[in-house]
Design a protein around this ligand. Sequence first.
Ligand code: ADP
Length: 254
Amino acid sequence: DLLLVSQDITPMEKLNQTRSDFIANVSHELRTPLTVINGFVETMQDLPNLPADKREQFLALMKKDSDRMLTLLDDLLTLSRLENFDPTHKLQPINLSALVEQLSQEGMTLSGGKQTFDTVIEPNLWIQGVQLDLYNALSNLVFNAVRYNPEGGHIAIHLHSSDNAANARFSVTDNGPGIAAEHIPRLTERFYRVDAGRSRASGGTGLGLAIVKQLVELMGGKITIESELGHGSCFQFAVYLAPPVLIDTDKAIT
Ligand code: ADP
């Protein structure tokens, strides 16, 4: 008798493809600044008597690219920590209202008066989470609004609880350049950028929204992106004020 075993390997192939795309992307993102640094090191070795102003200039450029590599590595570590995160551990009650208030202030500082802000934050909304990761994720949305919005733009930051007080809705809305419809579903992919040059010029790693998505889903929420080219964008998500994913399973009665 003959036994035929067939297995659908498509999902496995897809996973391998995603993994190798990711490695190729990381390598490329690290190679670019490293090539610059390496070039300057060689130049300085070849020309030991460089005038002081040139030396300073080269060192400043090397610093900028090494900072870029550090930011990228920090984002990669955040992503990997979130991917392997066990939600039953290390959760703390977080005052989301206070965190959003702090982020609004930081957004205004980053903006330096270039944009106007409208901040409406319902006080005293608490969730369970990890303070640092939550800060990283929310700051990406606020800082993106500042980075991608031209001078004179407007940014609205809102935090409200739902009518039944079951969840909190956080949104950042801007009236900046907006994003064309075909890009929207792909924005939360790692390293996906609409305009790579512009993203890099403002210090972007292309990982910000991937981190936001990962964190929001970990908290049992979902991120929604609405945008219209030429009119602006709105990034929002809702999280449970008592997320079921965070219930301490050790203490649950089964
Ligand atoms: P980056 O580090 O490139 O900003 P993100 O993952 O944070 O990476 O964002 C992905 C892309 O989404 C950006 O490169 C940019 O093209 C687009 N984007 C994000 N936020 C906005 C915004 N508020 N307005 C317009 N485009 C945005």
